[in-house]
Design a protein around this ligand. Structure first.
Ligand code: DWN
Length: 397
């Protein structure tokens, strides 16, 4: 049974940054109702009604995975780790974005799949064979006609974006060698509960995975998790190591350990999610209270990181440029545009937080460490960060 536990109200498509604010642009903006359900049978948490992927993964896709030092390092280190652990001869990446992972492989040793045409162009230009398509049964048939099966398939922050998991995992099964390995990482449900990071729910995050849910789903495609890692990236992610049911890999202790941790946390119980939903409401009211109080005191507040996550917060809490002056972001193709739904101007963050800013709300709270390091000048002159994770608080030097 599917139980709705969270209603995040009317939301825009997070990738739809507006180039200008005029009647035509705002009239054409697409909104949908963002609510989240828990499947009491397989324990999967998903959006109740996913948006059509063709509306999301366009040739104007804004996010660049290589924007932060943290992620560049993370992709380099996982690529090296996978190469030395599994010694793959032929690999594939699903959702290759701007090639930040691919770059660590020789060009004839890996192929890429990327449906956003502007991104696929980047990796093609770098010399990597890139299929500019969505990952599905049809694409796998095409790839396997041209290439051999794979020893390693890797995917970061992509599998959770795909509505049809059965077709996704059947296609993985078909493309793997008998002892091939599929490694994928996505935001972790256990961390969302722990951090109260409800902003991990937006149109692209169709599912938020736990080990218990993913194990149930993989079984249906004759796949299993043989190892798992908890990561710090994106505010808490899981890296699942998956193989065919009859493959040579024995199941690592990490799987049993995380499963029992999840049962202790109650990730199999509806009540865990309904309690989480109450905390989300509380977070909304506390954040609004704080921003309104700062406004009354004539403080200048901006947001740091025009993240997809922060679109959920701004639209759910109804925060516009009455409360947040503008948003800072280092991504060139977001700068000069306006955030989806609430239409707050995005300015370059490259020169640091301007002198006259008193507070910066952390839209990119998942990079707090990196941002704090960069913004020492801001902190030293008394500037403060605001975060909503795990609860509303002010961070100063
Ligand atoms: O899954 C997804 C994740 C991985 O990336 C996608 N569906 C879309 C996107 O989500 P997001 O926008 O919430 O991701 P990030 O990686 O948290 O975005 C960080 C943003 O902050 C980027 O636009 C870059 C910006 N930034 C900055 O301006 N200065 C980041 C850092 C570290 C900085 O110092």
């Amino acid at each position: 049974m599917k139980k709705k536990f969270l209603n995040l109200l009317k939301q825009p498509i997070t990738n739809s940054y507006l180039s200008s604010i005029n009647k035509r642009n705002t009239k054409n903006e697409y909104f949908y109702n963002l609510s989240v359900i828990f499947n009491t049978q397989n324990f999967l948490v998903s959006l109740s009604k996913p948006v059509d992927p063709k509306k999301q993964y366009t040739d104007k896709y804004a996010h660049r995975a290589s924007q932060s030092f943290t992620m560049r390092q993370s992709f380099k280190s996982v690529a090296n780790k996978l190469k030395s652990r599994f010694k793959p001869n032929f690999s594939m990446e699903i959702g290759s974005n701007d090639g930040v992972f691919l770059k660590n492989f020789k060009k004839n040793k890996i192929v890429a799949v990327e449906p956003c045409l502007n991104l696929a162009k980047i990796t093609k230009k770098l010399g990597y064979k890139t299929y500019p398509n969505f990952w599905n049964r049809k694409l796998v048939n095409k790839i396997l006609k041209e290439k051999s099966n794979f020893d390693l398939i890797y995917s970061a922050n992509t599998i959770s974006h795909i509505p049809n998991l059965k077709e996704t995992f059947d296609a993985i099964y078909k493309s793997l060698n008998d002892n091939g390995v599929f490694v994928f990482e996505d935001p972790y449900m256990g961390s969302v509960i722990k951090m109260n990071s409800y902003d991990q729910f937006y149109d692209e995050h169709v599912h938020i995975f736990s080990l218990i849910a993913i194990s149930n789903i993989l079984k249906k495609s004759k796949l299993k998790v043989f190892d798992v890692e908890l990561l710090q990236t994106h505010g808490g992610s899981t890296r699942f190591y998956v193989c065919k049911e009859n493959a040579k890999f024995s199941i690592n202790k990490s799987v049993k350990n995380l499963k029992s941790k999840e049962l202790k946390q109650g990730l199999h119980k509806l009540s865990t999610y309904t309690k989480f939903a109450s905390r989300v409401k509380k977070s909304k009211y506390e954040l609004l209270e704080l921003l309104k109080e700062l406004k009354k005191k004539s403080k200048k507040v901006v947001s740091y990181g025009a993240t997809y996550k922060s679109a959920t917060i701004f639209n759910y809490c109804n925060i516009g440029n009455d409360l947040i002056n503008y948003v800072l972001d280092s991504t060139k193709n977001k700068q000069g545009k306006f955030t989806p739904g609430k239409h707050i101007l995005i300015k370059p963050s490259n020169n640091g937080i301007p002198e006259d800013v008193d507070y910066a709300f952390l839209g990119a709270w998942n990079f707090l460490k990196e941002i704090k390091k960069k913004e020492q000048k801001f902190l030293k002159r008394g500037g403060k960060f605001i975060t909503h994770v795990p609860k509303i608080k002010i961070i100063s030097l």
